[in-house]
Design a protein around this ligand. Structure first.
Ligand code: G
Ligand code: G
Ligand code: MN
Ligand code: NA
Length: 253
């Protein structure tokens, strides 16, 4: 419970910050947007990874205030980048089941986006497949998000409760193919076949696809051959602090 009280302090004392991982158009090599990933810089413990504190934040409910801060920070930063003349970039923000279950979630999102000045069409919300099993009224909640003009991405696609019926029936826009399928796509015929199948289905029902966890030139080549347009991963860039993201953008001009 020590970590829990440390987290309460951390929210108050601004110990959290966001890193932005570029998302790339694989054909043109242009940056199309970024995923916001939260980090915790603890004064004594140093950087604590979200893999550790997000689950705790979810258990304790602290994900609600933390999630609001993350959304606000990400929208505000993205608006600044648009104003600074960067090609309009999309920003995607991970949202936990716990946040979607918050009855005030939609109102909060609407207010935060409005106050940031960001055009909501540049915002994506990333949800995992687990919401389709865990959250009641998933369709209604996702529709309300979409009615604000925000897009819905399914994160880690293919690893959880994958079902063809939900990609047909639910209001989603983008599939983020999990990195486990990308890792060995150049060596493993099954992984490659799965990615090809996902691309084909997505294309025929009008969903976009982005590949995650691209680490090698071979991954890029295989994805290109398969007609996958978008990707993110260490091959292009790690998640970056604001300054480093700006340097990355300059280097890509
Ligand atoms: O960035 P990294 O690979 O360390 O993230 C580890 C995990 O933490 C990932 O599953 C990622 O989705 C999750 N995560 C990172 N940032 C956020 C965030 O802002 N909100 C939520 N809910 N999860 C996040
Ligand atoms: O669960 P989610 O997809 O939101 O988490 C994204 C996580 O994946 C982040 O923690 C990010 O740091 C990590 N990540 C991003 N690119 C790569 C990559 O190329 N390889 C690996 N192993 N992890 C990556
Ligand atoms: Mn994600
Ligand atoms: Na993922």
């Amino acid at each position: 419970r020590l970590l829990e009280s440390a987290m309460r302090t951390a929210i108050k004392e601004d110990q959290f910050y966001i890193e932005y991982q570029p998302k790339i158009n694989i054909e043109t090599k242009r940056v199309i947007g970024m995923e916001a990933l939260v980090r915790w810089n603890h004064p004594d413990l140093g950087t604590i990874s979200p893999g550790k504190f997000i689950p705790l934040a979810e258990e304790t409910g602290l994900i609600i205030p933390l999630g609001e801060w993350i959304l606000k920070e990400s929208c505000t930063q993205t608006k600044k980048w648009h104003d600074a003349g960067y090609n309009p970039l999309t920003v995607s923000v991970n949202v936990s089941v716990r946040q979607l279950e918050d009855p005030f979630f939609i109102d909060k999102v609407r207010t935060i986006v409005q106050e940031s000045g960001l055009d909501p069409t540049w915002l994506e919300v990333e949800v995992t497949e687990s919401i389709f099993a865990d959250v009641k009224n998933t369709v209604a909640i996702l529709n309300e998000i979409r009615n604000l003009g925000i897009q819905i991405s399914v994160d880690d696609f293919g690893t959880g409760y994958s079902s063809l019926s939900y990609i047909k029936n639910l209001p989603i826009d983008i599939l983020k193919v999990d990195q486990s399928f990308i890792k060995d796509i150049h060596q493993n015929e099954e992984s490659n076949a799965i990615v090809q199948a996902i691309l084909k289905i997505a294309d025929s029902i009008g969903l976009q696809v982005i590949a995650e966890g691209i680490e090698l030139q071979e991954h890029v080549e295989k994805l290109s051959i398969n007609g996958c347009k978008f990707g993110q991963g260490y091959f292009f860039s790690r998640p970056l602090k604001v300054n480093a993201f700006e340097e990355f953008m300059e280097s890509m001009l």
